[in-house]
Design a protein. Structure first.
Lengths: 281, 576
C-alpha cells in the first residue's frame, strides 16, 4: 500500500475567532512497506497530520490517497521473518517534505478526504494501525483484550491466536491477562504496539511511541515497531522529536512549521534528494 | 471483541454502579408485576362471580362484610338475624298476610349459618346437615319428646352404644338420613358441593361435627375425636363444657371451608354460655332491657310448663345409678351422655357454675325431678338434643340461599324485600364482590401500579445519571475506540445498548422477584383464609411492561449516548 498526500491543508479556529493554519503539505508520498520518520518542532502539526492521514480529522482541502492495489506477498504476512533492528545512526539524511503532485485516484485507490466521517472510521479500523504516545490502553481490559480491541472494528471476527502471537512477539508472554495498571510503562507501550498491529494494517502511524520511555525501553519499542511492521508488510510513518530515534529509520522527513502570517511553510520548497531505499539491516 | 463483549466489559468495569442502577429498576418492576398479578388474581378470587348460591341473608350493615364473614371467613359477624327468617324460607308462604314476605316460593335452597366459637383457632359454624346432602328433619319442627314407654325403655337399660338401633321416634327420625336430590343441595361453586370424604354428615340434633379437609392435619382431630369449643369474649377466653364428636371429614374444596368445623345448629344453641348471648340479642332486637327479656321468657316457660310427672322410684344408695343414667330421665341438662363422655359429664356436673342458683347436690333429689332455679337450655334423650329455647328466640349469623329460576326475578324480590324490612338484609355475593373489586380493590391496585410505574421512571432517571457520569469519565476511552475504528453511531449504540441491557436485566429479575412477592402474599392469604393465589402464572402484561421498561431505559441512555456521540476524538487523544 502506498500513501500520497496532495495540497493538504488544515486550519483550526482559535478562541478569538481567528483561523490558524496548522498543516500545509503540498505533496508527500510513502511507498509500500516503507518506514519513514517524521520530525518537526513542537506545534508544527505532526499529530494533526497523523490525524488527517488516519482519517480522524477531515482536511480543509487536499487529497489523502491510499493506493491499496498491491496486496502484500503472502509470505510477508503468514511467515514472518524477524529483522534485526537497524544500526543506530545509519539511514538516509533528513530531507524536507516532498511537494510532488499526488497521482490520480484509480481503482483500489481511496481518497479518504472525500469519505464521510463514518466511512473514514471504518477505513481506519480496517487499514490503519495507530500507536499513541501514551499508549491509551483501556484500563478495564487485559492486555489480550486491548489487543483484541484493535481488531474489533475490522468487520472480521476476533483472531485470538494472532493477538497472542503479537503479545508474545512484543515479549509479554506471561502478561496476557494483566490489566494496564499491573504493567510497567514500557510493557504498556508494547501492548499498544501489539494492538496497533492487531488488524494487520496496511499503514501504521506512530505518534512519538517512545516519547514517554527511557532510552533502553525506547530503543526496544522502536525495534519492535519496525520489526512487526515489516512482518505484516505495513508501511510505517513514525513521528518523533528524537533525532536518535528518527535517524534509525531509512527516511526522515522534516515537517516545517506554518507561518501564521503568510500561511505557508517556513522553509521554501527545495529539491529533495531521492528517498533512500528502505534497507533493513 | 464483539459488540456484546464490549458492553458487558464496560458494565463489569463499573460493577457497583451497574448493580445499584439495576437494583432500582428491578424493584420498580417487581412492584409492578406483583400488582399486576394481584389484580388478576383478585379478580379471579373476589370478582370471578362463581358462587353456588345467589343470596346471603344477614344482619343490616355492610354487604361486603357479610360476604367476607360468611364466604371468606375473614371478618367477624356484624350481628344476628332471627331464626324465624330461615323458617320462612323453608316453608310455603303464609296465607292471609297483608305483605308478601320471602318464602319457599322464591327460595329453592336455604341453609342456616351460625358462626359460633372456635377450636384451636378454627372457626366453628353451626349449620344444617343439608349442607352435606342430608335432609334436615329440624326444618319440619322440633323433635318429638319421648313417650312414656320410650322413657321407660331408656331408663330400663344402659345408655345406647354407637351402632345400636335408636330407641325413640325422634332418634329414628334423626338417623334416617334421607339423601337430598342434587338440585336441592347448596353448592359452594356452580356444580361443586361439599362432599364428606370420610365418615358421615352429623345428625341434626346431636353433639356431632364435620370438619374441613385441612382441620385434621392442623388440629389433630380425626374421626371419633372429641373436642370442646373455645369461646372468645369480652370477658376472656374459656372452653365450653359440651363436647362434640367428629363424625365426618370433608373432601378438599380449595376454599376457606377446608379450615372450618361444622356442627349441628341445634348443638350451637345447646351451649350453656350462649344463653346470655341469646337474651342480649333478643333484647337488642326487641328494643327492651335484659330484665324484661328474662321476665318474658320466664312467663313463656310457665305457660309451656308440662304437668308434673310422678316421681320415679328412688334407687337405693348402694345401687345408685351412674350419673349419666340418673340424668337421662329428668330435666337436668348436660352434654350428650355417651359412655365415653361420662367422666366429662361428671366433671361438668361437679365443676360448672352456670346454674342460676348455687351448686347443689344432685343426690339430694330424685332423678327426673325438676328443681327450682335450674334452667339448662337442653336435655338429651337417646342421643337427641331437646332444646328448651323457643325458635322465635333463636338467632343466626346468616342464611345462604339459592333463589328459584334463572331469570333473577325471584332474587330481585328477595333483595328488595329484605332491604325494605327491619330485621335483615339480602346480599348477592357475586354482585357485592364485583362492586368491591371495581370500586375499591381495582382502583387501589391501579394506584399502586401507577406508583410502580413512577418508581420505574425514577429508576430510568437513575440509569441516565449513572451512564451520563460514566460517559463523562470515559471521554478518552470513547476517543480511543473511535481512533481504533468505531463510528459515532457505534458508540451511540454501545451506550444505548448498555442502558437498555440494564433495563432489560433489571426487568427480568424484577419479574421473578414480583412473582416471588406474590408467592409470599399467597402463602399469607392461604394461612388466613385457606385460599391462595395462582402466583406462578405469567401474563402478557408483564412482558409488555418489560418491553416498556427496556424502552424507557434505552431512551434514558440516549442522552449520555449523544454526549458520547459528540465526543471529539482528536482533542481527547492528545496528552497522556
Amino acid at each position: 500500500m502506498s500513501l500520497h498526500l496532495h495540497a493538504l491543508k488544515k486550519s483550526f479556529v482559535a478562541p478569538d475567532g481567528s483561523v490558524s493554519p496548522v498543516v500545509d503539505v503540498d505533496a508527500l508520498a510513502l511507498r509500500d512497506g516503507e518506514q519513514v520518520a517524521l520530525m518537526g518542532t513542537s506545534g508544527s502539526g505532526k499529530t494533526t497530520l497523523l490525524h488527517l492521514i488516519a482519517g480522524i480529522l477531515p482536511p480543509d482541502s487536499g487529497k489523502i490517497v491510499y493506493d491499496l492495489t498491491r496486496e502484500p506477498a503472502a509470505e510477508e504476512r503468514d511467515a514472518p521473518t524477524p529483522l534485526a533492528p537497524p544500526a543506530a545512526g545509519a539511514g538516509a539524511a533528513s530531507v524536507v517534505l516532498d511537494y510532488k503532485t499526488a497521482p490520480v485516484a484509480a481503482a483500489g485507490v481511496v481518497d479518504i478526504a472525500q469519505l464521510s466521517e463514518a466511512a473514514r472510521d471504518v477505513f481506519r479500523g480496517r487499514y490503519v494501525g495507530y500507536i499513541f504516545q501514551t499508549h491509551h490502553l483501556l484500563p478495564g481490559f487485559t492486555a489480550l483484550e486491548n489487543v483484541l480491541l484493535g481488531m474489533s472494528f475490522t468487520g472480521r471476527g476476533a483472531d485470538k491466536p494472532w493477538a497472542k502471537h503479537l503479545l508474545n512477539q512484543v515479549g509479554l508472554f506471561d502478561r496476557h491477562d494483566y490489566k494496564p495498571a499491573k504493567l510497567s510503562v514500557g510493557q504498556q507501550q508494547r501492548v499498544a504496539v501489539a494492538r496497533a498491529l492487531a488488524n494487520r494494517p496496511r499503514l501504521v502511524l506512530a505518534d512519538e511511541p517512545t516519547g514517554a520511555l527511557d532510552a533502553v525501553n525506547a530503543q526496544q519499542v522502536l525495534d519492535l515497531v519496525r520489526r512487526l511492521c515489516h512482518e505484516v508488510g505495513a508501511t510505517l510513518l513514525l513521528v518523533s522529536h528524537d533525532q536518535q530515534i528518527a535517524r534509525q529509520l531509512p527516511r526522515v522527513l522534516q515537517l516545517p512549521e506554518v507561518n501564521k502570517a503568510t500561511r505557508r511553510p517556513e522553509r521554501p520548497a527545495t529539491p529533495i534528494a531521492p528517498a533512500a531505499p528502505n534497507v533493513p539491516s | 471483541m464483539n459488540f456484546f463483549q464490549l458492553v458487558f466489559k464496560q458494565m463489569r468495569q463499573r460493577a457497583l454502579s451497574t448493580w445499584l442502577t439495576l437494583l432500582s429498576v428491578l424493584l420498580g418492576v417487581a412492584l409492578a408485576v406483583a400488582v399486576i398479578v394481584i389484580i388478576r388474581e383478585g379478580q379471579t378470587v373476589f370478582a370471578g362471580g362463581t358462587y353456588g348460591y345467589d343470596l346471603i341473608v344477614g344482619p343490616k350493615g355492610s354487604a361486603l362484610q357479610t360476604v367476607l364473614t360468611n364466604v371468606y371467613q375473614i371478618e367477624r359477624p356484624q350481628g344476628t338475624i332471627p331464626y324465624t327468617l330461615y323458617q320462612d324460607l323453608v316453608r310455603p308462604p303464609q296465607a292471609g298476610t297483608a305483605v308478601r314476605k320471602p318464602s319457599q316460593r322464591e327460595v329453592k335452597i336455604a341453609v342456616p349459618y351460625a358462626i359460633t366459637d372456635s377450636y384451636k383457632e378454627h372457626r366453628i359454624i353451626g349449620t344444617s346437615p343439608k349442607l352435606f346432602g342430608i335432609a334436615d328433619p329440624d326444618d319440619a319442627g322440633d323433635p318429638q319428646l319421648p313417650t312414656a314407654a320410650e322413657l321407660k325403655l331408656l331408663k330400663a337399660g344402659p345408655a345406647r352404644k354407637a351402632g345400636e338401633a335408636p330407641r325413640t321416634a325422634a332418634a329414628r327420625r334423626m338417623e334416617a338420613r334421607e339423601k337430598l336430590a342434587d338440585e336441592h343441595i347448596l353448592k359452594y361453586r356452580p356444580g361443586q358441593r361439599y362432599e364428606v370424604a370420610q365418615g358421615r354428615a352429623f345428625h341434626t340434633w346431636a353433639f356431632e361435627a364435620v370438619v374441613g379437609a385441612e382441620v385434621p392435619e392442623r388440629t389433630g382431630l380425626k374421626l371419633g375425636s372429641k373436642f370442646q369449643a373455645t369461646h372468645q369474649g369480652s370477658r376472656g377466653t374459656h372452653d365450653h363444657t359440651e363436647q362434640w364428636e367428629v363424625v365426618g371429614v370433608l373432601a378438599p374444596t380449595k376454599t376457606p371451608a377446608d379450615r372450618l368445623i361444622f356442627i349441628s345448629l341445634t348443638s350451637t344453641y345447646a351451649i350453656e354460655e350462649h344463653q346470655d348471648g341469646i337474651e342480649e340479642q333478643l333484647a337488642n332486637r326487641l328494643g327492651i332491657t335484659l330484665a324484661e327479656v328474662q321476665a318474658m321468657r320466664a312467663e313463656k316457660k310457665k305457660k309451656q310448663q308440662p304437668p308434673a310427672r310422678p316421681a320415679p322410684v328412688t334407687q337405693a344408695p348402694a345401687t345408685r345409678p351412674t350419673t349419666a343414667e340418673a340424668h337421662e330421665d329428668h330435666d337436668h341438662d348436660h352434654p350428650t351422655t355417651t359412655a365415653a363422655s361420662r367422666p366429662a359429664t361428671a366433671r361438668a356436673h361437679d365443676d360448672h357454675d352456670d346454674h342460676d342458683d348455687d351448686e347443689h347436690d344432685h343426690d339430694a333429689h330424685a332423678p327426673g325431678e325438676e328443681h327450682a332455679g335450674h334452667q339448662h337450655p337442653y336435655v338429651v334423650h337417646d342421643g337427641v338434643i331437646y332444646l328448651r329455647i323457643p325458635r322465635d328466640e333463636r338467632a343466626l349469623t346468616a342464611i345462604l340461599a339459592r333463589s328459584r329460576g334463572e331469570s333473577g326475578q325471584n332474587l330481585g324480590f328477595l333483595l328488595w324485600a329484605y332491604q325494605n324490612g327491619d330485621e335483615a338484609m339480602g346480599v348477592n355475593p357475586a354482585f357485592t364482590m364485583r362492586e368491591f373489586f371495581a370500586n375499591i380493590f381495582r382502583p387501589a391496585t391501579l394506584l399502586l401500579l401507577v406508583v410502580a410505574l413512577l418508581v420505574t421512571i425514577v429508576a430510568a432517571v437513575g440509569i441516565l445519571v449513572s451512564i451520563y457520569n460514566s460517559v463523562a469519565a470515559r471521554t478518552r476511552e470513547i476517543a480511543i475506540l473511535r481512533a481504533l475504528g468505531a463510528t459515532r453511531l457505534r458508540i451511540l449504540g454501545l451506550i444505548c445498548f448498555e442502558a437498555g441491557l440494564i433495563g432489560f436485566l433489571g426487568g427480568v429479575i424484577g419479574i421473578f422477584l414480583g412473582h416471588g412477592l406474590c408467592g409470599i402474599v399467597s402463602a399469607l392469604l392461604y394461612q388466613r383464609t385457606g385460599q391462595g393465589l395462582n402466583w406462578l402464572l405469567p401474563s402478557w402484561l408483564e412482558l409488555l411492561y418489560l418491553g416498556i421498561v427496556t424502552l424507557i431505559a434505552v431512551l434514558a441512555g440516549l442522552i449520555p449516548a449523544l454526549k458520547a456521540y459528540r465526543t471529539p476524538v482528536a482533542t481527547n487523544l492528545v496528552g497522556g
